[in-house]
Write a protein that binds this ligand. Structure first.
Ligand code: R5P
Length: 258
């Protein structure tokens, strides 16, 4: 278990930069992720782990790539369906082992009509994964209700996920984020969310989250929807692993995109 976690959260800094490309599991062929390998290949040297579904892993990735996998194992809904929170477990633990995953991830939807279902999904997954030493990363999801992202709600979600047995939690950054981290006994990472207006906004968010105690960022659209994704991932990496501030990071971005 610890060995798998340390593949993702690097012992040298205690931090992690995860590139998620699992969006298609409910959003379909998301902009600039239409051809996943084309998106991912240039970014491989700069990420600590890649989060994706088994379908894209099998069909689009190069099996020789040497990057730890966080396998997305929940789903069963779509952006055009009635309710994004109605998720089930979509991939078995045996499949995760077969694909050599270093961890699995599953969403919980606290406060929705599928709260109970998604929390028991988490507990079942944890029970099974613990037998094989596979860490479960819980994702505190809000579906379409992005306005739900405040520290009181996210503290509740993260703590519940940890109590059920998640080894790490992915949540959103919010004002008062220290409280979210304080109340969660396992490592917390933040998601990037939809592409922000400027690079500076995304770097500032990553910086504030790290300074408030996040162990890392799981940032997708703000990296691979950028016109210069390699420059952007380098800048985010400096924030995560070198404590670069947003000004220093934007300098890295500007220099790398030349
Ligand atoms: C939901 O869990 C998504 O599929 C992504 O993994 C997550 O939102 C992180 O990606 P982004 O930084 O693009 O929000």
């Amino acid at each position: 278990m610890k060995n798998r976690i340390s593949r993702i959260i690097k012992p040298s800094t205690g931090r992690s930069l995860v590139l998620p490309i699992d969006h298609g599991y409910f959003l379909g062929p998301t902009r600039r992720l239409e051809k996943p390998w084309k998106t991912v290949e240039p970014l491989l040297p700069y990420m600590d782990a890649l989060m994706l579904t088994r379908g894209v892993l099998r069909a689009s990735m190069d099996p020789k790539m040497n990057v730890p996998i966080i396998l997305r194992v929940s789903g069963g809904t779509s952006i055009v369906g009635p309710d994004l929170s109605n998720e089930s477990i979509t991939t078995s633990v045996i499949e995760a082992l077969r694909l050599n995953a270093s961890a699995v991830s599953l969403s919980i939807f606290v406060g929705t009509s599928h709260e109970h279902q998604t929390l028991t999904n988490l507990s079942l997954l944890v029970d099974e994964c613990e037998d094989y030493g596979i860490p479960v990363f819980a994702v505190t999801a809000v579906g379409k209700e992005l306005e739900k992202r405040d520290s009181r709600y996210l503290s509740l979600c993260c703590r519940i996920a940890a109590e059920i047995g998640a080894r790490a939690v992915k949540t959103y950054y919010c004002e008062g984020f220290e409280k979210v981290v304080e109340g969660c006994p396992v490592p917390v990472l933040i998601a990037g969310g939809p592409k922000m207006d400027t690079e500076m906004d995304a770097l500032q968010t990553a910086y504030e989250a790290i300074q408030a105690g996040a162990v890392g960022v799981v940032m997708g659209r703000n990296i691979w929807q950028n016109d210069y994704p390699v420059a952007m991932i380098k800048a985010v990496r400096a924030v995560v692993h070198e404590d670069a501030n947003p000004k220093e990071a934007i300098q890295i971005y500007n220099e790398s995109k030349k």
